[in-house]
Design a protein around this ligand. Structure first.
Ligand code: UD1
Ligand code: UDP
Length: 438
């Protein structure tokens, strides 16, 4: 089996590192494409060093550009690589333009696509990431979802549950693997002369940092949080707009704010683990915060990680200055609330996500599932029905017995459940999709 993996930005490098590591350990023929969307040493090369990832086999060097141009250049180059390498499957991760380019290009070549972190939805189409993740899922053939909640999002888009694997999120693998190394190797606390409590802050979402009004609200809120040290490794996009809108100097002059360059993964992870709070608009950081038991305040109005909010570890505050400041004050003065946030359960699994992903890939490959079917072999959808099951029968037994039926959703105690193959359906209401093969 041959796998081509496409990565392009900091979070993809971090979250695919454990998967790439697993491929190497298993001796799988794997080719790595770096689109070069992130190219500064601090945003790319540093992570290859920290996470000990092999040098990319191809670097497209796309750099920064408008979304259309950037995606088009990536697609053209990825297409050339895929035609030359002829992989069995292309792996993409998350929701960046690299994911869009990789998944769309591969699906047009009738190659199988595996999407790591599939099924996340904010349902906010103003975010480029929401468009990217929805399109990537349309193009994908095998879905590695971090939680049951993400799996259910896909069921509502009529994705076949047999193609969905609830694997956990590879960020937990990355945190678990690297925190111990960071504790031994990173000297960041001394370098930054950190003594008391800190908030670790990151912002880079286009809708926050490119909008002067929202950015001003965030900056004004930060200036008010002057009873705690705010450590702010600034994303290059944010440096640019903080300077453009003339907020950079104000932050730099504030004694409680430490503006620093983006950190490598080991330094960042150590600092994060020692933080009292996370304040962020990052996706990955919401996941890492709950993994490391750090209460998270998210500077967004919605999230594609609602599990973190439901679990109680994350509060969405948007970008209103007063709400940001009041929420921070509330959590920092109410120790019961603080402890409750800290103790929120981690919905993202036990750190074996990359192993789960590779196991699913191998099983699917062995069953010939990566061969894209020709029209005469594509099962034709003939309808759906809701049934109450009387038999003592599991999902997989039902699908074997009633050939052409798939159990799409289970309705249990007013909740929708994912139809794991070993769930016994007796007395349950289920949604069945029916297919006919020619
Ligand atoms: C991208 C992803 C976003 C992800 C983020 C992770 C898309 C649409 N956006 O956003 O989903 O959360 O990466 O960090 O794919 N720049 C540099 N050096 C670099 C990279 C970028 O200076 O190495 C600057 C450039 O001025 C560039 C700007 O940052 O124009 C934005 O970069 P871009 O890759 O377009 O988007 P990100 O904001 O990084
Ligand atoms: N991160 C890092 N150094 C930093 C800031 C973030 O290593 O200075 C890591 C962080 O631990 C997380 C990832 O970058 O794993 C998140 O990336 P980012 O916020 O850029 O993207 P998003 O997750 O929002 O797509």
């Amino acid at each position: 089996m041959k796998i081509v993996t496409v990565i392009g930005t900091r979070p993809e490098i971090i979250k695919m590192a454990p998967v790439l590591d697993e491929m190497e350990k298993m001796g799988i023929d794997n080719i790595l494409i770096h689109t070069g969307q992130h190219y500064d040493h601090d945003m790319s090369q540093q992570f290859f060093q920290d996470l000990k990832i092999k040098k990319p086999d191809y670097n497209i060097g796309v750099g920064s550009n408008s979304h259309g141009k950037q995606t088009a250049i990536m697609m053209e180059s990825i297409e050339n690589v895929l035609i030359a390498e002829k992989p069995d499957i292309i792996m993409v991760q998350g929701d960046t333009n690299a994911v869009l380019a990789g998944a769309l290009t591969a699906s047009k070549l009738h190659m199988a696509v595996g999407h790591v972190e599939a099924g996340l939805r904010s349902y906010d189409k103003t975010m480029p990431e929401e468009i990217n993740r929805q399109i990537a899922d349309i193009c994908s053939n095998i879905f590695f979802v971090p939680t049951e909640e993400s799996a259910i999002n896909l069921l509502f888009e009529n994705i076949n549950p047999n193609e969905i694997y609830v694997t956990g999120n590879t960020i937990v693998d990355a945190c678990n693997r690297h925190l111990k190394i960071a504790e031994n190797e990173s000297n960041i606390l001394n370098e930054l002369q950190i003594t008391g409590d800190i908030i670790i802050l990151t912002i880079h979402r286009a809708e926050n940092v490119d909008d002067p009004k929202r950015l001003k609200n965030i900056v004004d809120a930060l200036l008010e949080l002057n009873n705690i040290t705010v450590v702010f490794p600034v994303h290059p996009r944010t440096v640019k707009t903080l300077k453009k809108f003339k907020f950079y100097d104000k932050l730099e002059e504030a004694p409680h704010i430490k503006l620093i360059k983006p950190l490598g993964y080991l330094d960042f992870l150590l600092l994060l683990s020692k933080s009292k709070f996370v304040m962020t608009d990052s996706g990955g950081l919401q996941e890492e915060a709950i993994t490391l038991n750090i209460p998270c305040i998210t500077l967004r109005y919605n999230t594609e990680r609602p599990e973190t909010v439901k679990a109680g570890g994350n509060i969405l505050v948007g970008t209103d200055k007063n709400i940001i400041v009041d929420t921070y004050k509330r959590i920092s003065t109410d120790s019961t609330l603080y402890q409750k946030m800290k103790n929120a359960g981690n919905p993202y699994g036990d750190g074996r996500s990359s192993k789960n992903i590779l196991k699913a890939i191998i099983d699917e490959y062995d069953n010939g599932k990566f061969d894209i079917k020709l029209p005469e072999h594509v099962k034709s959808f003939i309808g759906r029905e809701v049934l109450k099951i009387q038999e003592n029968i599991t999902v997989s037994e039902y699908e074997k017995k009633y050939h052409g039926s798939t159990v799409n959703m289970i309705f249990m105690n007013n909740e929708i459940k994912f139809p794991y193959s070993d769930v016994n359906l007796r007395d349950m209401n289920v949604l069945i999709n029916k297919f006919k093969s020619y």
